[in-house]
Design a protein around this ligand. Structure first.
Ligand SMILES: NC(=O)C1=CN([C@@H]2O[C@H](COP(=O)(O)OP(=O)(O)OC[C@H]3O[C@@H](n4cnc5c(N)ncnc54)[C@H](OP(=O)(O)O)[C@@H]3O)[C@@H](O)[C@H]2O)C=CC1
Ligand SMILES: O=C1OC[C@@H](O)[C@H](O)[C@H]1O
Length: 267
């Protein structure tokens, strides 16, 4: 968050940071950033504000992204930027229609490590905000490449990728607690929390859209929809021979988080 504000300070039109009660009071940036505290609706009505960051629980992303876009604001929204496919498509369409940027906060995609990984695995540079030559009406938005078949990294033709994002139960208090990650009505669950990173990474490293072959969720006690862990097998219909798997968990028994990527190529 502070990095984002620091960046905003380089841009004249974003010199003022205005936020919600309880958020801004902990920040003490140097002049000339001016801090104000407004309610959310006032914030969206303010013509001096160009962009908003939505750091709410998952189940509220869609409705606030819609409100912000309708108010003419660019949006940086926490991941996942919709609670379901319908909501994500609606927000995406709204942003395109309005010619506004709506960016999902997968910041790992902007790190040099991600660029290097993509170069190694796919042999292609990374699309993204850094590509200022993009003619897209939404800066930084690009169609994923149709297929990774034509391009190869150091491992040769890609065969299988496996991603693990395992968070120990103690970190968020487990399903008995009140963390947003375990709330049905806030679109919680391991798939929504960590699984979306796994899919995002797989899309980044292959440049193509996977589909689900099979998936197995372990639901948290008392819920019909919130998964404590999710394992899935994926494939790519336009890339024969390429498969992937991932596991996202909020109930990892280990003492520390585990994030791991394994890539198998033909070489
Ligand atoms: N990109 C990244 O690296 C990270 C992304 N995230 C994402 O950020 C989002 C928020 O996660 P996190 O910060 O842990 O969440 P928090 O539980 O800390 O809540 C964040 C904010 O949402 C408000 N809020 C919480 N519950 C409700 C509710 N029921 N109704 C209205 N407002 C509510 C909180 O207000 P109050 O304080 O007043 O309760 C708080 O301001 C999630 O989508 C998560 O996936 C999270 C961590 C890292
Ligand atoms: O970056 C993150 O790491 C831990 C997750 O639970 C969190 O929501 C996520 O965004």
């Amino acid at each position: 968050m502070l990095d984002i504000i620091t960046d905003f300070r380089q841009i004249q039109r974003c010199a003022h940071f205005i936020g919600l009660p309880g958020v801004t009071k902990t920040l003490q940036p140097a002049e000339p950033v001016r801090i104000g505290v407004l309610g959310a609706s006032q914030l969206l009505e303010n013509p001096d504000i160009d962009a908003v960051y939505i750091g709410l629980p998952n189940g509220l992303h869609g409705q606030w992204a819609r409100k912000a876009l309708k108010a003419g604001k660019h949006v940086l929204c926490e991941k996942p930027f919709g609670a379901n496919q319908h909501e994500a498509a609606e927000v995406h369409a709204l942003a395109r229609q309005a010619g506004l940027l709506c960016r999902e906060a997968f910041h790992f995609r902007e790190h040099p490590l991600a660029a290097r990984l993509r170069e190694l695995v796919l042999g292609k540079p990374q699309p993204g905000l850094s590509d200022s030559s993009s003619p897209s009406p939404l800066p930084g938005w690009q169609q994923p490449a149709a297929s990774p078949g034509g391009s190869q990294g150091v491992l040769g033709r890609l065969q299988h990728l496996d991603v693990q994002l395992l968070i120990p139960e103690w970190m968020f208090g487990g399903p008995q607690g009140d963390n947003i990650r375990f709330q049905d009505q806030l679109a919680g669950g391991a798939m929504m929390d960590g699984g979306c990173y796994c899919i995002s990474l797989l899309r980044l490293l292959t440049g193509a859209e996977p589909h689900v072959v099979s998936a197995e969720a372990s639901l948290v006690p008392g819920s019909q929809v919130t998964d404590g862990a999710m394992t899935a097998q994926l494939a790519w219909s336009d890339v024969p021979g390429l498969t992937a798997s991932f596991t996202a968990s909020l109930q990892h028994p280990g003492p520390v988080p585990l994030t791991q990527l394994k890539v198998q190529g033909a070489k």
